[in-house]
Design a protein around this ligand. Structure first.
Ligand SMILES: [Zn+2]
Ligand SMILES: [Zn+2]
Length: 410
């Protein structure tokens, strides 16, 4: 009797706005017929709906333990679904419905992601105070909410995670975690987040630049100037968080050594500064066959040197709600080298950029450049995730889209 095929799957789940990548593989010994699914989860989208998608996929994959959980950075569209996942798995009141209750006690071996501030830095309560003070700045509020949500996530994870790590190139995590998958760490260069977010507290004592005589100033002028200052700070904070994205690659090895040239590069929302650092510290290790394109296809995501990746497959995780992602110039840059480009959502209802591919295609399709069509079996509620499967004993890879032999029973 021949042993069943062993597989590794890279799944780019369509969770709406945000990112969510799940890597699962069969790690069994040759002598054993009992599968031992191993699992890496990288980000979880933003919403409860996103966390449901993630939970359903983990159950479909028979995941009993998350070996490595990565929250690439503090932004809500990456950590929100993860926070929901673990919040929803709290079954103390006994009323939770599937799928969450099936994951109620799922353990996590290693967590990579933002940690709370170091002792002595401005704490959680002062962030709340800042949020009240900055009630005029919605972007800043969203940012502070993310910080608080991260604290909640860490609280929810306490007791179920063996090891918490906030990795950086200058504080490398343990990378030799798996027999059949190699991890390589590429960014961020230095661990600066926990010091930085306290600096984004808007202070009423910051210098305002107002180009008009003081005697002509109205209260409205002053409020407008404060709002502009806060928005500016929020933008800085957001860029800073994106450039703290954990960027790493995974490469099959061992059981899957036929695929050892098939690296997957996961990039969070890396922007210019992150790419500059990677070019300095890891330029020779950027090439990857599968590329989770940074920052949802925003033009800021393809920073200097990105073309060293030279991807065969480019995946853009985009949601329907605004932002105009993906930007047309990103698709134009990826097209010459990528044989396949997959956007998890096609329809951009609120696209700010009329030239985006999202316009004019009607339904909520996951677009596949290779076939040139939306998945025909997709319905309005069927979101476009993509699963890449690598099997032992074959050097081929296969692609599965939602609705087309999808292993998930939505
Ligand atoms: Zn994002
Ligand atoms: Zn972000």
């Amino acid at each position: 009797m021949t042993a069943p095929t062993k597989e590794i799957r890279f799944a780019f789940l369509d969770i709406g706005l945000g990112d969510c990548t799940v890597i699962t593989w069969d790690d069994r010994h040759h002598s054993s017929h009992t599968p031992t699914p191993r699992c890496i989860v990288v980000d979880g989208g933003k919403t409860i709906a996103a966390s449901r998608r993630l939970a359903q996929y983990l159950i479909a994959e028979k995941v009993k333990k998350i070996d490595l959980l990565v929250v690439t950075h503090i932004d809500w569209d990456h950590l929100g679904g993860i926070e929901q996942l673990f919040k929803r798995t709290d079954t103390r009141n006994g009323s939770l419905k599937s799928p969450y209750n099936k994951l109620a006690d799922i353990p996590v071996t290693t967590y990579w992601g933002p940690l709370p501030q170091r002792p002595g830095a401005a704490g959680h309560s002062s962030m709340s105070a800042a949020m009240n003070a900055a009630s005029y700045a919605s972007e800043f509020k969203a940012y502070v909410t993310s910080v608080q949500q991260n604290q909640d996530l860490l609280a929810a994870l306490a007791g179920r995670v063996d090891e918490f790590v906030f990795p950086a190139m200058d504080a490398l995590p343990e990378l030799d975690l798996f027999r059949n998958l190699e991890l390589d760490f590429l960014a961020p260069a230095v661990q600066r987040f926990s010091d930085e977010y306290s600096r984004f507290t808007p202070s009423r004592f910051q210098t305002l630049s107002i180009d008009q005589p003081i005697e002509s100033l109205t209260m409205q002028d002053l409020n407008d100037a404060l709002a502009a200052l806060a928005e500016d700070r929020a933008k800085q904070a957001s860029t800073s968080a994106n450039n703290q994205s954990i960027v790493f690659s995974v490469t099959p090895k061992g059981l899957f050594s036929e695929h050892r040239d098939k690296r997957l590069l996961l990039t969070g929302d890396a922007e210019k500064k992150s790419w500059e650092d990677m070019n300095e510290l890891a330029a020779g290790r950027l090439r990857a066959r599968f590329f989770k394109v940074p920052h949802h296809g925003a033009s800021s995501g393809l920073g200097p040197g990105w073309n060293k990746v030279h991807p065969h497959l480019s995946v853009l995780s985009v949601g329907q709600a605004g932002y105009g992602h993906p930007h047309i110039e990103v698709l134009e840059k990826l097209s010459p080298m990528s044989t396949r480009i997959h956007c998890t959502e096609q329809n951009q209802k609120k696209s700010k950029n009329p030239g985006d591919w999202g316009d004019g295609h009607g339904g909520a399709g996951g677009y596949c450049k290779a076939s040139g069509t939306d998945c025909p079996k997709r319905t309005k509620d069927s979101w476009g995730h993509l699963i890449v499967t690598l099997s032992d004993g074959s050097s081929e890879e296969t692609y599965t889209q939602a609705g087309d032999d999808c292993p998930i029973d939505w």
